[in-house]
Write a protein that binds this ligand. Structure first.
Ligand code: ADP
Ligand code: MG
Length: 357
Protein backbone atom coordinates (compact mmCIF):
# COMPACT_ATOMS: atom_id res chain seq x y z
CA UNK A 1 0.00 0.00 0.00
CA UNK A 2 1.37 3.45 -0.83
CA UNK A 3 1.83 5.74 2.14
CA UNK A 4 -0.89 8.34 2.06
CA UNK A 5 0.02 11.56 3.81
CA UNK A 6 -3.08 12.90 5.60
CA UNK A 7 -4.22 16.23 4.20
CA UNK A 8 -3.61 18.83 6.91
CA UNK A 9 -6.38 21.09 8.23
CA UNK A 10 -6.78 23.98 5.82
CA UNK A 11 -6.70 21.65 2.81
CA UNK A 12 -9.62 21.70 0.39
CA UNK A 13 -11.94 18.82 -0.45
CA UNK A 14 -13.55 19.12 -3.88
CA UNK A 15 -17.10 17.76 -3.94
CA UNK A 16 -18.84 16.84 -7.19
CA UNK A 17 -22.55 17.39 -6.66
CA UNK A 18 -24.16 20.03 -4.48
CA UNK A 19 -27.27 18.26 -3.19
CA UNK A 20 -27.97 17.32 0.39
CA UNK A 21 -25.20 14.74 0.55
CA UNK A 22 -22.60 17.21 -0.73
CA UNK A 23 -23.92 19.72 1.77
CA UNK A 24 -23.58 17.32 4.70
CA UNK A 25 -20.06 16.39 3.54
CA UNK A 26 -19.12 20.08 3.44
CA UNK A 27 -20.46 20.61 6.96
CA UNK A 28 -18.45 17.64 8.22
CA UNK A 29 -15.29 18.87 6.50
CA UNK A 30 -15.71 22.27 8.13
CA UNK A 31 -15.76 20.68 11.59
CA UNK A 32 -12.36 19.17 10.86
CA UNK A 33 -10.87 22.49 9.77
CA UNK A 34 -10.98 21.45 6.11
CA UNK A 35 -12.42 23.61 3.36
CA UNK A 36 -14.72 22.30 0.74
CA UNK A 37 -15.35 23.41 -2.81
CA UNK A 38 -18.64 22.32 -4.36
CA UNK A 39 -18.94 21.76 -8.11
CA UNK A 40 -22.41 21.39 -9.63
CA UNK A 41 -24.22 22.65 -12.73
CA UNK A 42 -27.10 24.05 -10.65
CA UNK A 43 -26.52 27.56 -9.29
CA UNK A 44 -29.13 26.85 -6.59
CA UNK A 45 -27.52 23.61 -5.35
CA UNK A 46 -28.13 23.52 -1.57
CA UNK A 47 -24.52 22.67 -0.68
CA UNK A 48 -23.47 26.13 -1.90
CA UNK A 49 -25.22 27.61 1.14
CA UNK A 50 -22.63 26.11 3.49
CA UNK A 51 -19.35 26.80 1.73
CA UNK A 52 -17.93 29.87 0.05
CA UNK A 53 -15.92 27.93 -2.53
CA UNK A 54 -18.09 26.85 -5.39
CA UNK A 55 -18.01 26.24 -9.12
CA UNK A 56 -20.97 26.27 -11.47
CA UNK A 57 -20.04 24.00 -14.38
CA UNK A 58 -21.72 21.54 -16.67
CA UNK A 59 -20.38 18.00 -16.48
CA UNK A 60 -19.28 18.37 -20.11
CA UNK A 61 -17.13 21.45 -19.43
CA UNK A 62 -13.69 19.82 -19.19
CA UNK A 63 -11.76 23.08 -18.87
CA UNK A 64 -13.91 24.35 -15.97
CA UNK A 65 -13.54 20.95 -14.29
CA UNK A 66 -9.75 21.15 -14.67
CA UNK A 67 -9.69 24.61 -13.07
CA UNK A 68 -11.82 23.26 -10.21
CA UNK A 69 -9.54 20.23 -9.80
CA UNK A 70 -6.38 22.35 -9.68
CA UNK A 71 -7.85 24.42 -6.84
CA UNK A 72 -8.49 21.46 -4.49
CA UNK A 73 -6.39 18.76 -2.81
CA UNK A 74 -8.67 15.76 -3.39
CA UNK A 75 -11.97 15.27 -5.20
CA UNK A 76 -14.89 13.19 -4.02
CA UNK A 77 -18.49 12.93 -5.16
CA UNK A 78 -21.98 12.71 -3.73
CA UNK A 79 -23.53 10.70 -6.58
CA UNK A 80 -22.55 7.63 -8.56
CA UNK A 81 -23.55 8.91 -11.99
CA UNK A 82 -20.45 11.03 -12.44
CA UNK A 83 -19.56 10.58 -16.14
CA UNK A 84 -16.19 8.96 -16.83
CA UNK A 85 -15.22 12.05 -18.86
CA UNK A 86 -15.51 14.15 -15.69
CA UNK A 87 -12.97 11.90 -13.99
CA UNK A 88 -10.76 12.15 -17.10
CA UNK A 89 -10.79 15.94 -16.75
CA UNK A 90 -10.05 15.90 -13.03
CA UNK A 91 -7.62 13.05 -12.41
CA UNK A 92 -4.54 14.69 -13.97
CA UNK A 93 -4.85 17.43 -11.35
CA UNK A 94 -6.23 15.83 -8.17
CA UNK A 95 -6.80 12.32 -6.83
CA UNK A 96 -10.42 11.16 -7.08
CA UNK A 97 -11.73 9.06 -4.18
CA UNK A 98 -13.45 6.56 -3.87
CA UNK A 99 -12.34 6.30 -7.50
CA UNK A 100 -13.07 5.43 -11.09
CA UNK A 101 -13.66 1.70 -10.70
CA UNK A 102 -16.24 2.18 -7.95
CA UNK A 103 -18.12 4.57 -10.23
CA UNK A 104 -17.94 2.23 -13.22
CA UNK A 105 -19.42 -0.72 -11.35
CA UNK A 106 -22.12 1.23 -9.54
CA UNK A 107 -23.44 3.34 -12.41
CA UNK A 108 -24.42 0.38 -14.59
CA UNK A 109 -26.65 -2.25 -12.99
CA UNK A 110 -25.30 -4.95 -15.30
CA UNK A 111 -21.65 -4.18 -14.50
CA UNK A 112 -22.62 -4.03 -10.81
CA UNK A 113 -24.29 -7.43 -10.81
CA UNK A 114 -21.40 -8.96 -12.80
CA UNK A 115 -18.92 -7.51 -10.31
CA UNK A 116 -20.85 -8.75 -7.28
CA UNK A 117 -21.43 -12.22 -8.64
CA UNK A 118 -17.78 -12.32 -9.73
CA UNK A 119 -16.90 -11.95 -6.04
CA UNK A 120 -19.08 -14.96 -5.29
CA UNK A 121 -21.78 -12.83 -3.65
CA UNK A 122 -25.45 -13.72 -4.06
CA UNK A 123 -27.55 -11.33 -6.16
CA UNK A 124 -31.03 -11.51 -7.61
CA UNK A 125 -31.05 -13.59 -10.82
CA UNK A 126 -30.47 -11.09 -13.65
CA UNK A 127 -30.38 -11.01 -17.42
CA UNK A 128 -29.58 -8.07 -19.72
CA UNK A 129 -32.50 -7.00 -21.91
CA UNK A 130 -32.44 -5.00 -25.15
CA UNK A 131 -35.69 -5.74 -26.92
CA UNK A 132 -38.94 -7.75 -26.72
CA UNK A 133 -37.25 -10.96 -27.85
CA UNK A 134 -34.52 -10.79 -25.21
CA UNK A 135 -37.14 -9.81 -22.61
CA UNK A 136 -39.17 -12.93 -23.31
CA UNK A 137 -36.02 -15.05 -23.01
CA UNK A 138 -35.05 -13.24 -19.81
CA UNK A 139 -38.45 -13.88 -18.23
CA UNK A 140 -38.03 -17.55 -19.05
CA UNK A 141 -34.84 -17.50 -16.96
CA UNK A 142 -35.83 -15.31 -13.99
CA UNK A 143 -39.48 -16.35 -13.72
CA UNK A 144 -42.23 -13.97 -12.62
CA UNK A 145 -42.69 -11.67 -10.87
CA UNK A 146 -39.61 -9.83 -12.05
CA UNK A 147 -38.41 -6.25 -12.12
CA UNK A 148 -37.21 -4.56 -15.29
CA UNK A 149 -34.68 -1.82 -14.46
CA UNK A 150 -32.79 0.61 -16.66
CA UNK A 151 -29.07 -0.18 -16.47
CA UNK A 152 -28.21 3.45 -15.84
CA UNK A 153 -29.51 6.50 -13.98
CA UNK A 154 -32.20 4.83 -11.87
CA UNK A 155 -32.72 6.03 -8.30
CA UNK A 156 -35.48 6.11 -5.66
CA UNK A 157 -37.31 3.37 -7.56
CA UNK A 158 -37.32 5.40 -10.80
CA UNK A 159 -36.48 3.60 -14.01
CA UNK A 160 -38.03 0.34 -12.79
CA UNK A 161 -41.17 -1.55 -13.70
CA UNK A 162 -42.47 -4.64 -11.98
CA UNK A 163 -43.69 -7.38 -14.31
CA UNK A 164 -46.23 -9.65 -12.66
CA UNK A 165 -47.55 -11.53 -15.69
CA UNK A 166 -46.25 -12.18 -19.20
CA UNK A 167 -48.95 -9.96 -20.71
CA UNK A 168 -47.43 -6.92 -18.96
CA UNK A 169 -43.96 -7.45 -20.45
CA UNK A 170 -44.21 -5.31 -23.58
CA UNK A 171 -45.77 -2.43 -21.63
CA UNK A 172 -42.86 -2.59 -19.18
CA UNK A 173 -40.33 -2.37 -21.99
CA UNK A 174 -42.00 0.64 -23.58
CA UNK A 175 -42.22 2.32 -20.15
CA UNK A 176 -38.41 2.35 -20.15
CA UNK A 177 -38.44 3.93 -23.63
CA UNK A 178 -35.84 1.65 -25.16
CA UNK A 179 -33.15 2.28 -22.53
CA UNK A 180 -30.75 -0.68 -22.05
CA UNK A 181 -32.11 -2.65 -19.12
CA UNK A 182 -31.72 -5.70 -16.94
CA UNK A 183 -34.43 -7.99 -15.76
CA UNK A 184 -34.13 -9.10 -12.14
CA UNK A 185 -35.97 -11.98 -10.62
CA UNK A 186 -38.04 -10.89 -7.64
CA UNK A 187 -36.30 -11.64 -4.35
CA UNK A 188 -38.69 -12.72 -1.61
CA UNK A 189 -36.98 -11.04 1.29
CA UNK A 190 -37.87 -10.92 4.98
CA UNK A 191 -36.41 -7.44 5.29
CA UNK A 192 -34.01 -4.98 3.72
CA UNK A 193 -30.84 -3.85 5.45
CA UNK A 194 -27.85 -1.75 4.54
CA UNK A 195 -24.30 -1.54 5.75
CA UNK A 196 -22.51 1.80 5.80
CA UNK A 197 -18.79 1.09 5.81
CA UNK A 198 -15.57 2.96 5.24
CA UNK A 199 -12.18 2.02 3.89
CA UNK A 200 -9.15 4.23 3.91
CA UNK A 201 -6.46 4.36 1.22
CA UNK A 202 -4.16 2.29 3.49
CA UNK A 203 -6.73 -0.53 3.53
CA UNK A 204 -8.13 -0.10 7.02
CA UNK A 205 -11.85 -0.72 7.31
CA UNK A 206 -14.66 0.19 9.68
CA UNK A 207 -18.40 -0.49 9.44
CA UNK A 208 -21.45 0.81 11.26
CA UNK A 209 -24.08 -1.62 12.48
CA UNK A 210 -26.47 -2.64 9.67
CA UNK A 211 -29.72 -0.67 9.65
CA UNK A 212 -33.13 -1.95 8.62
CA UNK A 213 -34.72 -0.03 5.77
CA UNK A 214 -38.34 0.46 4.85
CA UNK A 215 -39.14 1.97 1.45
CA UNK A 216 -42.36 3.72 0.50
CA UNK A 217 -43.17 4.33 -3.17
CA UNK A 218 -39.61 3.26 -4.04
CA UNK A 219 -38.07 5.89 -1.75
CA UNK A 220 -36.37 5.20 1.58
CA UNK A 221 -38.84 5.98 4.35
CA UNK A 222 -37.16 4.85 7.58
CA UNK A 223 -33.90 3.29 8.74
CA UNK A 224 -34.06 1.59 12.13
CA UNK A 225 -31.19 0.51 14.41
CA UNK A 226 -30.74 -2.18 15.38
CA UNK A 227 -32.01 -4.18 12.40
CA UNK A 228 -34.01 -7.26 13.38
CA UNK A 229 -31.29 -9.70 12.34
CA UNK A 230 -29.10 -12.07 14.31
CA UNK A 231 -25.44 -11.40 14.98
CA UNK A 232 -24.33 -13.87 12.28
CA UNK A 233 -26.31 -12.00 9.62
CA UNK A 234 -24.94 -8.68 10.87
CA UNK A 235 -21.38 -9.99 10.71
CA UNK A 236 -22.06 -11.50 7.27
CA UNK A 237 -23.31 -8.18 5.94
CA UNK A 238 -20.23 -6.37 7.22
CA UNK A 239 -17.97 -9.04 5.71
CA UNK A 240 -19.68 -8.51 2.35
CA UNK A 241 -19.01 -4.76 2.54
CA UNK A 242 -15.37 -5.51 3.32
CA UNK A 243 -15.04 -7.85 0.35
CA UNK A 244 -16.52 -5.26 -1.97
CA UNK A 245 -14.35 -2.38 -0.75
CA UNK A 246 -11.17 -4.47 -0.83
CA UNK A 247 -11.93 -5.62 -4.38
CA UNK A 248 -12.38 -2.01 -5.49
CA UNK A 249 -9.30 -0.76 -3.58
CA UNK A 250 -11.82 1.66 -2.22
CA UNK A 251 -11.30 4.91 -0.30
CA UNK A 252 -14.32 6.49 1.34
CA UNK A 253 -17.72 5.52 2.68
CA UNK A 254 -19.86 3.00 0.82
CA UNK A 255 -23.51 2.01 1.19
CA UNK A 256 -24.31 -1.65 0.55
CA UNK A 257 -28.01 -2.55 0.27
CA UNK A 258 -28.93 -6.15 1.03
CA UNK A 259 -31.99 -8.35 1.16
CA UNK A 260 -32.29 -10.69 4.13
CA UNK A 261 -33.82 -13.93 2.89
CA UNK A 262 -34.42 -17.36 4.38
CA UNK A 263 -31.47 -18.68 2.40
CA UNK A 264 -29.09 -15.89 3.37
CA UNK A 265 -28.01 -12.41 2.36
CA UNK A 266 -28.53 -11.19 -1.19
CA UNK A 267 -26.75 -8.01 -2.31
CA UNK A 268 -29.14 -5.56 -3.96
CA UNK A 269 -26.92 -2.65 -4.92
CA UNK A 270 -23.96 -0.57 -3.84
CA UNK A 271 -23.56 3.19 -3.65
CA UNK A 272 -19.96 4.52 -3.72
CA UNK A 273 -20.75 7.43 -1.43
CA UNK A 274 -22.45 8.44 1.77
CA UNK A 275 -25.95 7.00 1.81
CA UNK A 276 -29.41 8.06 2.91
CA UNK A 277 -29.68 4.94 5.07
CA UNK A 278 -26.62 6.15 7.02
CA UNK A 279 -28.08 9.49 8.13
CA UNK A 280 -28.90 7.98 11.54
CA UNK A 281 -25.16 7.99 12.33
CA UNK A 282 -25.35 11.77 12.84
CA UNK A 283 -27.46 11.28 15.94
CA UNK A 284 -26.38 7.85 17.23
CA UNK A 285 -22.60 7.72 16.70
CA UNK A 286 -19.66 9.82 17.80
CA UNK A 287 -18.34 10.04 14.22
CA UNK A 288 -21.05 10.12 11.56
CA UNK A 289 -20.82 8.77 8.01
CA UNK A 290 -20.08 12.23 6.61
CA UNK A 291 -17.07 12.85 8.83
CA UNK A 292 -15.98 9.26 8.22
CA UNK A 293 -16.05 9.82 4.47
CA UNK A 294 -14.08 13.05 4.75
CA UNK A 295 -11.56 11.28 7.01
CA UNK A 296 -11.16 8.46 4.51
CA UNK A 297 -10.74 10.62 1.41
CA UNK A 298 -8.39 12.98 3.25
CA UNK A 299 -6.23 10.05 4.37
CA UNK A 300 -7.01 10.61 8.05
CA UNK A 301 -7.42 7.67 10.43
CA UNK A 302 -10.99 6.33 10.40
CA UNK A 303 -13.10 7.15 13.43
CA UNK A 304 -14.94 4.71 15.68
CA UNK A 305 -18.25 3.40 14.33
CA UNK A 306 -19.81 2.40 17.66
CA UNK A 307 -23.46 3.19 18.09
CA UNK A 308 -24.31 4.74 21.47
CA UNK A 309 -28.10 4.63 20.93
CA UNK A 310 -30.88 2.89 19.12
CA UNK A 311 -32.22 5.08 16.33
CA UNK A 312 -35.01 5.60 13.84
CA UNK A 313 -34.27 7.91 10.94
CA UNK A 314 -37.31 9.12 9.00
CA UNK A 315 -37.02 10.93 5.68
CA UNK A 316 -39.09 14.05 5.13
CA UNK A 317 -40.24 13.68 1.52
CA UNK A 318 -42.09 16.41 -0.36
CA UNK A 319 -44.79 18.03 1.74
CA UNK A 320 -43.79 16.03 4.82
CA UNK A 321 -41.18 18.69 5.40
CA UNK A 322 -43.98 21.03 6.48
CA UNK A 323 -44.20 19.04 9.73
CA UNK A 324 -40.85 20.48 10.89
CA UNK A 325 -42.34 22.73 13.58
CA UNK A 326 -43.67 19.67 15.41
CA UNK A 327 -40.36 17.79 15.35
CA UNK A 328 -39.21 18.47 18.88
CA UNK A 329 -37.94 15.15 20.22
CA UNK A 330 -35.74 14.22 17.29
CA UNK A 331 -32.64 15.60 15.62
CA UNK A 332 -33.95 17.58 12.65
CA UNK A 333 -31.92 18.12 9.50
CA UNK A 334 -33.36 20.26 6.70
CA UNK A 335 -31.55 20.54 3.39
CA UNK A 336 -32.27 24.15 2.46
CA UNK A 337 -34.01 23.29 -0.81
CA UNK A 338 -35.97 26.26 -2.09
CA UNK A 339 -38.71 24.27 -3.75
CA UNK A 340 -40.77 21.41 -2.32
CA UNK A 341 -41.72 18.81 -4.92
CA UNK A 342 -43.50 15.47 -4.58
CA UNK A 343 -40.95 12.70 -4.00
CA UNK A 344 -38.14 15.18 -3.33
CA UNK A 345 -35.94 14.56 -0.27
CA UNK A 346 -36.32 17.74 1.78
CA UNK A 347 -34.88 16.68 5.12
CA UNK A 348 -34.80 13.92 7.71
CA UNK A 349 -35.16 13.45 11.42
CA UNK A 350 -33.60 10.92 13.76
CA UNK A 351 -35.10 9.84 17.04
CA UNK A 352 -32.75 8.07 19.44
CA UNK A 353 -33.42 5.96 22.51
CA UNK A 354 -31.16 4.15 24.97
CA UNK A 355 -29.42 1.22 23.34
CA UNK A 356 -31.15 -2.08 24.17
CA UNK A 357 -28.63 -4.56 22.73
N1 ADP B 1 -34.90 -7.97 -7.41
C1 ADP B 1 -35.69 -7.40 -6.49
N2 ADP B 1 -36.53 -8.17 -5.74
C2 ADP B 1 -37.34 -7.62 -4.81
N3 ADP B 1 -37.41 -6.30 -4.55
C3 ADP B 1 -36.59 -5.47 -5.26
C4 ADP B 1 -35.70 -5.99 -6.25
N4 ADP B 1 -35.02 -4.94 -6.77
C5 ADP B 1 -35.48 -3.85 -6.14
N5 ADP B 1 -36.43 -4.14 -5.23
C6 ADP B 1 -37.13 -3.19 -4.36
O1 ADP B 1 -37.09 -1.89 -4.94
C7 ADP B 1 -36.28 -1.01 -4.17
C8 ADP B 1 -35.48 -0.08 -5.07
O2 ADP B 1 -34.66 -0.85 -5.93
P1 ADP B 1 -33.10 -0.55 -6.10
O3 ADP B 1 -32.56 -1.58 -7.04
O4 ADP B 1 -32.47 -0.47 -4.77
O5 ADP B 1 -33.10 0.82 -6.89
P2 ADP B 1 -32.84 2.31 -6.45
O6 ADP B 1 -31.58 2.66 -7.19
O7 ADP B 1 -34.02 3.04 -6.95
O8 ADP B 1 -32.67 2.34 -4.95
C9 ADP B 1 -35.42 -1.93 -3.31
O9 ADP B 1 -34.99 -1.28 -2.14
C10 ADP B 1 -36.41 -3.06 -3.04
O10 ADP B 1 -37.36 -2.68 -2.06
MG1 MG C 1 -31.62 1.09 -3.75
Amino acid sequence: MPDIVPLPPGSTIGILGGGQLGRMLALAAARLGLRSHVCDPDPGAPARQVTSLSTIADWGDASALAVFARSVDVVTYEFENVPAAVIDAIEPHAPVRPGRRALAVSQDRLAEKDFLSGLGLATAPYVPVEDPVSLAAAIARTGLPAILKTRRLGYDGKGQVRISDAGAASGALSALAGAPAILEGFVRFDREISVIAARSPDGSFAAYDPGENVHRDGILHTTTLPARIDSAAAAGAVAIARRITDALDYAGVIGVELFVTRSGLVVNEIAPRVHNSGHWTEAACLIDQFEQHIRAVAGWPLGPTDRHSDAVMTNLIGDEVATWPSVNNAALHLYGKAETRPGRKMGHMTRISPRQK
